[in-house]
Design a protein around this ligand. Sequence first.
Ligand SMILES: [Zn+2]
Length: 414
Amino acid sequence: MSERHSFRARWVVPGDSDPLEDGVVEIESGRITALHNRHDAAAEDLGNVALIPGLINAHTHLEFSDLSQPLAPAVPFTDWIRALVTYRRGRSHSASVDAIESGIFESERSGTVCLGEIATPATPSEAEDEPGCDLGQYSSPHSARPVVFLELLGLAADQHDRQLELARQHLDRPPLPGIRCGLSPHAPYSVRPPLYAALVNLAQTHRCPLAVHLAETRAELQLLREGTGPFADLLRDFGVWDPTAIPSGTRSMDYLRPLADVEHALVIHGNYLAADEIDFLAEHQNISVVYCPRTHAYFGHAEHPWRQMLERGVSLAIGTDGRGSNPDLSVWRELQFLRQRFQQVDPARLLDLGTICGARALGLDEELGTLSPGKSADMTMISLPDSDGHWRDVLFDPRSEVIGTLCRGMRIGE
Ligand SMILES: [Zn+2]
């Protein structure tokens, strides 16, 4: 594809330079070459829309994209996990493959150009000759680029070698265009500390991104601190509880410290991180917290410390999480949700959270996240209300909606 295109929009909001009213984006061979607001007879006029950098969903689980509503009950969280495990066990491998595909299409339709996807390894009977996850299901013709984090679970010591082997295989496979591989030791309650340490080490040596669910519930903190509470009960019921697995007095900080030398680490949720842990994150820009606003609200957690994190300079990105806890996969709706509840947050900051911050978290900010000459021409089109107004006033108007994506300059998902 070597053609040149140009698009005109009521507002072009590049993210890293001044927004242009009646702006034009020029594209050649799928890359942005220029932004301006001069006359350009060849430009395709998109009308009353804003062109923004393609939205980035830093955290999701596409395998649950076939759910028409979130799993219940949301509270207590351990009962939600029970519902999730039952759902996962009760369906076929092909149903989960179909759900992933529908999740990719849904993401594209809702303006997402890149996803931080947590993928479950296939069981040996499902995998036939390839263990781990099938990367082919994420590849072309889809245009939303995934970073595929392989989910690894193993609280029992005898899981260690098998999980580490799956992780190595995931990272050693021949690359597929547009797909990046990462590791996801699932959470402190499902991964034994030595396995966590080994996976962090592996991510470090492979310079691949790593994502871990951390400080999601108070029950998780209780399990780490004293080995009791709803998680101990859950793990006992699943037959994997080992009271010696986690040393008493463990804190989320014990999981954060090893991330200091991982190139790109993603702390998913971080709902109950303590002040010193937030300070640690502020000092380690390679670690991003991924806040999933509507999922957070679904579980009825205490208020998320995201504004405090922003003030302290912590890297923060936005995710939808999966449809197991969210009604859809739209990053735009996450931003609208925040806009409606936190009017004082600067719209430019909000837009960054859904674009460049996600790109940075996933290590793709040289390619995505802003409309800058040289970067991939991945843009999201937002329809604007008919009212007059500066982009700050109209972009996050409740009537503004994603109407499509221009991926490498081509229209997707309209
Ligand atoms: Zn998650």
